[in-house]
Design a protein around this ligand. Sequence first.
Ligand code: PLP
Length: 454
Amino acid sequence: MSSVLHRNLRESLPVAVRGAGIYLFDRAGKKYLDASGGAAVSSLGHGHPGVAAAVHRQMQALEFAHTSFFSSQPAEELAARLIALAPQGFGRGRVAFFSGGSEAVEGAIKLARQFHVEAGQSQRTRFIARRMSYHGNTLGALALSGHPGRRAVYEPMLMPAAFVSPCHPYRYQGTNESADAYADRLAGELDQEIEVLGPETVAAFIVEPVVGATLGAVTPVGRYLARVREICNRHGVLLIADEIMCGMGRCGDFFVSEQEAIVPDLITVAKGLGGGYQPIAGVLVQERVAEAIARGSGQLAHGHTYMAHPVACAAALAVIDYIRGNDLLANVKRQGQLLEQRLRDAFGSQRFVGDIRGRGLLWALELVRDRQTKEPFPQECQLAGHIKSRALEYGLVCYPSSGTVDGRLGDHVLLAPPFTIDEAQIDELIAKLSSTLGVEVNAASRSGRWDERR
Ligand code: PLP
């Protein structure tokens, strides 16, 4: 029996021992096509010799120096690189480095609060997020995550937060409503929520520009984010863009905020930043926010032992340099178009696929029992869980999730393959996904209840 407290205490997982490109291998020698980069982490794929060498070099030169006493060369270079890549208008901002996405979101929450305190507005304590969002599992990040299933156990312990609607055209845009009218309606809802809370009490609004894990690759409509930026500006509310899943090249550019022509006050990044080679995350802090703290107390009120770890920063630098040096974002765009085309060809007319959506190399299929009514499969089918196991059996790692509709009902499959994927590998991915869905969805449709068909 394993002594590891796994996420699922009842299932027995294959043991991964090796990775090469877009493939993983387990102890028994079985090969898996990693179509989701774990959870949109492995941007360069596995076993990249250049990143491994950079990590090794840094380990030999300097493994650790506490950030209370020293800076390090990789941290300085990485921060400068990220600020140079940040959306136009970000100014001479700064970056705080952390060890994972949830830590970065905690950092962003605290930086937003500290900014207002330093600016003499200490009454700003409230945060607004969106329903069905996910920003992490630590208590602060979870408090801003609007996914009922993920919050359930901890609900009584979470700090209060306000929630507005996600921008989710497949389910909520009216049939006769234009994209602009829908964007304006949502912006109006945010504006109204700020008014109800009292604009002088609101610290920040947090948004995932492309929603990843909870809704499945939902992209914003037209001017939605631009309107959100306007409203936050009008009320002195900071805008936090959580690009932990969708950023760092996953959607075809380093930042989705840049694609959407908005300049957030804070941007969180993780996952693809280190590409899985080291645990690393960051909060990019716009110049005016960093300056307010520099002019005020001059001290971060928040910190961790492993902030800006030199080895983690060296890995992230190597990942970014490889992406830029090899023009991998062009491949993300090219292969992203091909992946979309292949998904539409294979699943576009399948009765159980309600929606195919995404951007760059972040795509999802939303699975429904009835395409017309968009009715999801019953929860008892446990469709997402069974797709995950079946896919593994067929040598495919994808990222199916349940609760897509309301945190309880609904299922989708998220795909986020490495940026290095080629055409033949996309075909292999589609073939394996087709076989998996063919078996699992048909079985669920026939019985309606998983247990009954065993
Ligand atoms: N924010 C977003 C948008 C995420 O997708 C995730 C993880 O999936 C997180 C935050 C939390 O990151 P981590 O799991 O590294 O703590």
